[in-house]
Design a protein around this ligand. Sequence first.
Ligand code: B12
Ligand code: SF4
Length: 503
Amino acid sequence: MKAVLLSLLPTTENFGVKYIHSFLLSKGHHSTIIFIPRHTAQSKKALIDFIGGAERPNFIGCGYMSYEAPFAQFIGEGIKKAFPDIPFIAGGIHATINPEECLQYADYVSIGESEYTILEIADTIAEGSSFTHIQNLAYKQKGTVQRNPLRPYIDDLDSLPFPGHLPKNAYVFHKNKIVPMSVSLFRQYTRYDGKAFNIISSRGCPFSCSYCCNSFLSKLYNTKKLRKRSPQNFIKEMREVLAQFPDLILMNIHDDCFLAHAQEWHEEFVRDYKKWIGLPFIVRSTPLHLTDEKINILRDAGLAWVTMGLQSGSERINREIFHRHASNEKFLQATRLCHKYKISGYYDVILDNPFETDEDVIQSINVLKKVPKPFQLQLFSLTFYKGTEIYNMHKEKFGGAEDPDIQNYFGYRRTFLNKMVRISPLISEKMVDYFIAHRKRLGARILFNSIYGFCSIIIEPLSFFYLMLKSFRNSVKLTLKISLPTFKTKIRERLMDFGSDFS
Ligand code: B12
Ligand code: SF4
């Protein structure tokens, strides 16, 4: 049985598709993974030529997020036209939330966690039977959508094969062709030149913030259960990859909330991590899970930075609209802990929120004023993904107007207050207060815009570099090793933004 799996991310860091690929391989099936980082008419043509020229696959699977869905549809339609009898299966978060939409061009949608669904499809194809009975599948029968029941979540995550760094049987769309993925191409299409390894130790999150996929998934599966790998299994994956890629410089831990693990889990992890890995690592957490005990031991093992959400400094917005439970004081306490242990903080704030008033945004600025400097902000433009709670709230309150620019999550509006949020870590409290108080005056606005320009072009990159230096314990060598590929990645991402010319 032969599968072709497609990843549409601009980089190779696609956990979902890599997990499915290694699961199929581990069960003796043949699977090919194709990375399509650029979304162009040429990449569709190259894909169709590749499939036509290769040994015919028994099915083609594609996993994607919402911003990749227009391209998934474009290639899905192309594939169906060229190979009408090869089943095209859509999966991943967008298909999970929008199966009906995806069934306009896909033959099947695999809803939710899909390792066993895809395996069952592969086994059933090998036996030559029909697979419409398989759990998690949605498909159309006589024009109506059928949804099979969901299988329970996989409890024993240690039983899954590792997705790896550079997968076996990998190809990439490069220079207008689908070519085998060499190590140098892998470096070109992976952030930090492939020197950071992306890994996950758990699936799920104990919370369900209204704008996040977890607000949908917790209802779909009727649970907020956090499933965990053992520290031993987690470290084993790191050791295998490190043996294959000894030049790795960073472990990038992508769990929704890594600090949700219990203290004992962290103690075991830290013991083995120091013994076998010893590289700097980065994690995501909620303010509520960041405790002195955990940060203390993680710092000792090499924790370099923590990404954590403030999202809004308005407690009304956090509680009533975002359904988040950390108070501003809790967030500030967590930032103080990062500062105390010299761990760099990357704090997320959501902008362009139609539920927020100017006063709410000013409250965010006032909270940020109190965060110990230096720190880095990650600003997002609120996107209303279908299926999330906030999507429904928005529909109810504002009559269902959808975010017209779903791709542009980093492209927040450059309003005075948004710009003020952005530079609040870089200027003094007094300046912040002055500009907010005089924001209606033309002179103050002209002065503010000049300071904003200077800060965003000069001070922000310098502050980022300083923060990196601090994260990597003042090692200039390590900081340059990480920040130069980051800089290159940022430029590449910007260039790729101009690459979506398929329609
Ligand atoms: C890690 C992560 C990333 C990583 C890797 C992404 C990836 N695709 O693996 C990186 C850093 C690259 C990333 C980037 C972004 N992300 Co992100 N990310 C996540 C996160 C936290 C975990 C995903 C994950 O790896 N889970 C573990 C794996 C095993 O699960 P999975 O991916 O769901 O895969 C399973 C199933 O979906 C299915 N499946 C997946 N693929 C396929 C394929 C086939 C053929 C089949 C049948 C099944 C199938 O089976 C898999 C195994 O069980 C999720 C939140 C979440 N909790 O899911 C957000 C999430 C996916 N990200 C999101 C977003 C918006 C982004 C960004 C667009 C913007 C941003 N805010 O940063 C950027 C993309 C920028 C860019 N252009 O590169 C949104 C997507 C929402 C949506 N409706 O599209 C999510 C859901 C967070 C949220 N806001 O709710 N992200
Ligand atoms: S804490 Fe983070 S991952 Fe968890 S539900 Fe909220 S936004 Fe999603």
